[in-house]
Design a protein around this ligand. Sequence first.
Ligand code: DAH
Length: 341
Amino acid sequence: MLEKLKALEEEARAAVDAAADLEELKGLKVRYLGKKGELTALLRGLGSVPAEERPLIGKEANDLRQKLEQMIDRKESRLKDAGKSGQWEKERIDVTLPGLPTVLGQRHPLTLVLDEIKDIFYGLGFQVAHGPDIETDFYNFEALNIPADHPARDMQDSFYINPGLLLRTHTSPVQIRAMEKRAPQLPVRVIAPGKVYRRDDDATHSPMFHQVEGLAIDKNITFADLKGTLLLFAREMFGSGQKIRLRPSFFPFTEPSAEVDISCIMCGGDGCRTCSDTGWLEILGSGMVHPRVLEVAGYNPKEVTGYAFGMGVERIAMLKYGIGDLRLFFSNDLRFLKQFS
Ligand code: DAH
């Protein structure tokens, strides 16, 4: 009997040592120590052992049970530890690996051009002013001396929200808002960049585009100030050799009014397809602020004068970068946008 116990111990020790995982170890525990296990089976034969030997064998059997339990417990914690370090190995971070590069975006070409325009006018002492995209009929038309029968007021040309409210068709209403806010303070020097909306949609017209409005009000401002400012702007924006040309024009909110051309940036003025052989490219509208506009906005036209201008940001960007289709600005095509990094 004692030998059988000894043999069982050896067998169990070898099996536990060899157990590869917790699952197998659990099986061994049942096999050797379970109610129907081998040790129990062995002790069932105790009845045939002479009475005087029984206490000894009983003690040995109990010792063996304890030994097997300890053996299995130790193996269990070893297997668990091994499992953990395997986990650690998987999670280890190699701090010497190169990092993942962050994909850098870049500014939109319209933002680039707008930032340049702002910088030029900051240098001349202008501040940025803003107005709402949803504008009242009063600011968008009435205060700017635009008569009731002007085509821009037509439902066909503007996006109306209701009869008195529309998406602004130009940034000129910000002139009025900027003056109202400052009057009677002098001087006023503001630019107003922003989105404008018109019912147009083709390769050269978009229902939404961007303008920058300019406004300067002070005592003794003349048309020469306007011309000098615009010449400086053209040279900063398109190159120091630039010339400008002012052509008489009409806007209800300026008198006199002028359309401003720059010498063609493609041919330098010799005539080409871009400038339709004229040598000139139109870039903005401008003029001396109409006395009625000054008055509505809180300035006395007998004491102050001013000039105003408005330009399309997309148009400037198309000329500057040689872009042929306006829609490229709004289609979010990365092949296009990535060229401006
Ligand atoms: N608001 C005009 C437009 O959208 C542009 C313009 C012309 C603005 C003359 C001005 C200006 O400030 O003086 O076509």
